[in-house]
Write a protein that binds this ligand. Sequence first.
Ligand code: PMP
Length: 387
Amino acid sequence: MKGRKLLMIPGPIEFDPAVLQAMSIPTTSHVAPNFIASFGHALDMMKEVWLCPSGQAFVVAGSGTLAMDIAAANLIEPGDKALVVSTGYFGERYADILGRYGAEIDILRADVGEIVPLETIEAKLQQKNYKLLTFTHVDTSTGVLNDPRPFGELGKKYDVLTILDGVCSVAGEEIRQEEWNIDVALTASQKAVGVPPGLALLVASPKAMDTWKNRKYPVPNYYADFKNWLPIMEAYQSRKPSYFGTPPVNLILALETSLQLILNDGMEFRFAKHRKLAKAFRESMQAMGLELFPQRNEIAANTLSAVYYPKGIDGNSFRKEINRQGVIVAGGLLKEKKTEYFRVGHMGEINQNDLVSTVSAIENALKSCGHSFEFGIGIKTALELLS
Ligand code: PMP
């Protein structure tokens, strides 16, 4: 790490050296036998990581927003009713995207730092015949975590497709897509999946795929259309060459490497590791007298934390001081509170030492900025919880 700062933002994150190495090997043809095997293997492993054995995996060059767009473009037809459950910035984005495809949208907005109560969501589902329900698993702007299980149950009860925006959760937070009845779980490569930015990733349930197959109108987005991508994914799954748009060869090799590392640890280990690191981080912040953005610990994410600056401390100088200590954290994102809090990603390959270094940098910065607290308590709390 000499001469390099630790990147602790909510994506892109620190990547495993083996993943970075895959990015730098000589690029092969997208129909070379080694690449066909790797792409097919990555698609197979996605279903294991998402815990969705009957799903259809898609890997398309683009960012997480493209994954959101792909789900919307293929599942929405003009006039379809969609319910967006918003916990912050990315819920609003989903409403925007769905609107582009002609959906009639209702949005349920959570209070700041809260989730929308399930009774409110259920009451809304009783009022109209919705086709689709979206929610953000971990809202990156607030650090708020939604439990996907009740969303899946509501989806089943009211026959509504459920879309989980898992850009800040997949491969970090517990997701059991098939068991929990989630129709689309989507993400991007640069977060807990652990691959540099550039891949839109999603797994669609058989019900989602049937909904697309039974559309009345063609998908009004050429690049996003499953019609173009499904044959490609099916070909690579059967280890055959295929072409629609040139795949990002090295990113897909890196994806194969990272998914293999994740599965070597196992999903249960992975979920538990994220819970443990997140708890240690949250409690160390609280021990230093800082307040978390999520209003309750039960709805605080395990992939990132959003934390209010202490009263009287200037956020920019504080973050600069953390940076001087060798750690990069992110500022606020939610428009109305942007200057009041900072965000720290603790997902993917990061380890206990990275977490302790981050707490230490924050603790030193707090001291330099004149915050009054028991110096050392943050590190002590983290170490006690991690040991
Ligand atoms: N949804 C969530 C929850 C996110 O955190 C992000 C990215 N921060 C996105 C969607 C959009 O992803 P991207 O920036 O890769 O387009």
